[in-house]
Each structure stands twice: as structure tokens, then as C-alpha cells.
Write a protein that binds this ligand. Structure first.
Ligand SMILES: NC(=O)c1ccc[n+]([C@@H]2O[C@H](COP(=O)([O-])OP(=O)(O)OC[C@H]3O[C@@H](n4cnc5c(N)ncnc54)[C@H](O)[C@@H]3O)[C@@H](O)[C@H]2O)c1
Length: 354
């Protein structure tokens, strides 16, 4: 019989839009995903909100409840820990789970609000042999897999450049930067040139964001990419892959791809089975995590992949701070955006003269 894994969750939340919700309640998606594998039993949850924890426990079979996650990790010694708190807590919680001797940590994205914390989580997992993943779940959805298949089947020739747009670099951008690596075979970036505008600072999950951003990347295989963020940015789709003989676009709305290539008079639409936010991803993520625990293979959402896209977020901030190109690896631990806000170099009001 296949081995069963014990699962514990830190930060359960409430489903988005429900009474008392403070966010999306991503833990619900994680747990449904893990339970759907038939290989995991939810044994414990830790949350500082007793109400949230009790509601969660009622919905998923009565796991033991803790307010202190250290105590849960020490007492329960779970095989898998799912971390669904806001980004500022990801690093301390992940490092504590690794110290407690768990076998796998599946943490929500973005990795952390500063680069040094993100890097240290990855390094600690590698050093201890813990399987660490971040929830860039869209790799498991049909639109992205079909777009990648178009590329791999040569329908747009060789990949030349990629473009993407979204709300911000940190919270949404982490998904699209992850996608750039997915489409470009995980090839690392060589340099990043970026700019951000933060005249009206917004925060999400406690982390400040730019108002608009621009990030240009050169990958080691020569492929270039541009991510544009913020309310004024518009590239006409979510992600565009530009090949030597055609283009494929993933839209924000209709579940379809648009393919333009040499052999056709006009655009061709390719139907896809799922939208780009489909919850079906979470069961596939969990199945891959469990499969890789069985086999020792590297999961598709491994920190080896996440750390590359995260480095680009902070390299973009740092490029804006230094007014220059950042050759990777990035050699500062913090967040250029947060440093510039603290110094008053960017922020509400007129941009300062250089
Ligand atoms: N992958 C995606 O598509 C996606 C979508 C939305 C959100 N997210 C990410 O998921 C993460 C969680 O967001 P959410 O919307 O699920 O949050 P949420 O606000 O719904 O839930 C967070 C929970 O953490 C608990 N918590 C806070 N401090 C704690 C502590 N010290 N110990 C234990 N529990 C604690 C809160 O009480 C709350 O129950 C964020 O990083 C967010 O960016 C990812």
C-alpha cells in the first residue's frame, strides 16, 4: 500500500468574500488539494485566530488545533507543512518547519518581502534535504501548458522574447516571472534592467507595491523578456510568447489561446479547457508534491525554480534604486523598493529630481 503522509497547516484563513475573511483563505485550496491525492491526512493546524482554526477544523475532519506554530511543529512532527500566511511570515515559518525536521514544506507565494529571506529559505531547504515548494500553481493549468506545447512543437519557431502584464511585480508578478522560466526551460537570467514608480503606495498582504513597473530581462540563452506592471500598462493580453515564426498569446478572459504564425492569414484561436485562475491546479500541485516525496524527484514548483523568479523582482527594485542594470546574482539582501520608500526617494508626492 502507498505510504500515507501527515499534513499540518499554518495560517488557515477564511474563504475569500466570506464573513471575517482577511484574504483568500488559500489554506482551503491547499488542503482540498492534498486530501484529493488520497495520500495525506490532515492532523493539525496552527492559527492565531481560534475562530478561523475551529471553522477550518470543522470543515476538514477535526485536526488538532494550535495557536503557536512552534509548538505544533514540535509536538506533531508532520511530514508535510503547508504555509498559508502573509508573505512576512513565510521565512520564519519555513525555517522553523525545516528545523523541526519535516520532509516537505509547501508555502504560498510570494516567497518573502525581502530577497535575503527568500534566498535563505531556499538555501536552508537545500542544506537539509527538505523538499520546499512555492505555490506558483498555474504551471499545472491547461492554458499555460498548451502555450508551452505550442512552443515545444515548433508552432511559433524558436522562442525569441516574452512579454507579460499584471498589477504589480511582487504579488502577481511572481507568477508571470515564474511563467517566463517555465516557458524558457528554467534557464537563469543574466541581467535585469528595471524601473518603478511609487507615487501612490499600495500594499498587499502587508507589503508595499509599486504603482507602475517595468522589468527587462536577458536570459542566458539569449531570450529577452519584459514584464510591465500597474494600471496604465496594457499589452493586449496576459502573456505573449514571440517566436521566430509566430506568436502565441494567453488572454486574461476567454479560455483560449491566440496563435499568429506564418502559415495563417489571420489569428487562430486554440480552445483550452481551463481559465487561468482554475482551482483544479491545487490537486495537481499536491499530487506532484506527494509523488516527488515518494521518488525523490524535484517538484515542478520547487524552490530551485521560485528563487530565480524572486531574484528578478528584487533585482528590478534594485535597478530602479541604482539607476542601472543589475547583473545577477543580486548582491543585496533587502528590497530596493522598501529602502527607497524609507529614504523618501519615492512615495507620495512629486518624484524627486535625481
Ligand atoms: N497562489 C495564489 O494564486 C494566491 C492567491 C491569493 C493569495 N495568495 C497568497 O497566499 C498567502 C496567504 O494569503 P491568504 O489570502 O490565504 O491569507 P488569509 O488572510 O486568508 O489567511 C491568513 C491566515 O493566517 C493567520 N495567521 C496570521 N498570523 C499567524 C501566525 N503568526 N501564526 C499562525 N497563523 C497566523 C491568520 O489568522 C489567517 O487565518 C499570501 O502570501 C498571498 O499572497 C496566493
Amino acid at each position: 500500500m502507498d505510504r500515507q503522509y501527515t499534513l499540518a497547516v499554518i495560517g488557515v484563513g477564511r474563504p475569500r468574500g466570506s464573513d471575517g475573511a482577511t484574504g483568500f483563505g488559500m489554506a482551503h485550496d491547499h488542503v482540498k488539494g492534498f486530501l484529493s491525492t488520497g495520500r495525506c491526512s490532515l492532523t493539525a493546524v496552527a492559527d492565531i485566530s481560534r475562530d478561523n482554526a475551529e471553522l477550518f477544523a470543522d470543515a476538514y475532519g477535526g485536526p488538532r488545533l494550535y495557536e503557536d506554530y512552534f509548538s505544533m511543529l514540535r509536538t506533531e512532527k508532520p511530514d508535510i507543512v503547508s504555509i498559508c500566511t502573509w508573505p512576512g511570515l513565510h521565512a520564519p515559518m519555513t525555517l522553523a518547519a525545516i528545523d523541526a525536521g519535516v520532509r516537505a514544506v509547501h508555502c504560498e507565494k510570494p516567497m518573502a518581502p525581502i530577497w535575503g529571506e527568500a534566498r535563505r529559505m531556499h538555501e536552508a531547504a537545500v542544506a537539509s534535504g527538505v523538499q520546499l515548494t512555492f505555490n506558483h500553481q498555474r504551471r499545472f493549468l491547461d492554458p499555460f501548458q498548451k502555450a508551452r506545447a505550442c512552443l515545444k512543437e515548433g508552432r511559433i519557431g524558436q522562442l525569441v522574447r516574452m512579454e507579460a502584464e499584471c498589477a504589480d511585480l511582487f504579488d502577481w508578478g511572481t507568477h508571470w516571472l515564474d511563467m517566463f522560466h517555465y516557458f524558457n526551460d528554467e534557464i537563469p537570467a543574466e541581467w535585469v534592467l528595471g524601473q518603478i514608480d511609487a507615487r501612490e503606495v499600495r500594499t498587499i498582504f502587508g507589503v508595499p507595491l509599486e504603482q507602475q513597473g517595468l522589468c527587462c530581462i536577458k536570459f542566458a540563452n539569449g531570450v529577452r523578456a519584459t514584464l510591465m506592471t500597474g494600471y496604465e500598462m496594457n499589452i493586449g493580453c496576459a502573456i505573449r510568447l514571440i517566436g521566430s515564426s509566430g506568436v502565441v498569446e494567453i488572454g486574461w478572459g476567454q479560455p483560449e489561446l491566440v496563435l499568429r504564425h506564418d502559415g495563417a492569414w489571420g489569428p487562430v484561436t486554440i480552445p483550452v479547457q481551463e481559465g487561468i485562475h482554475d482551482h483544479a491546479a491545487h490537486g495537481r500541485v499536491a499530487a506532484d508534491i506527494v509523488h516527488c516525496l515518494d521518488t525523490g524527484d524535484r517538484p515542478l514548483l520547487s524552490s530551485y525554480n521560485a528563487v530565480r523568479s524572486t531574484e528578478i523582482i528584487f533585482a528590478t527594485y534594485e535597478s530602479s534604486r541604482r539607476r542601472g542594470r543589475i547583473d545577477l546574482p543580486l548582491n543585496v539582501d533587502g528590497s530596493g523598493l522598501q529602502d527607497m520608500l524609507a529614504a523618501g526617494d519615492i512615495g507620495p508626492g512629486e518624484p524627486r529630481a535625481a
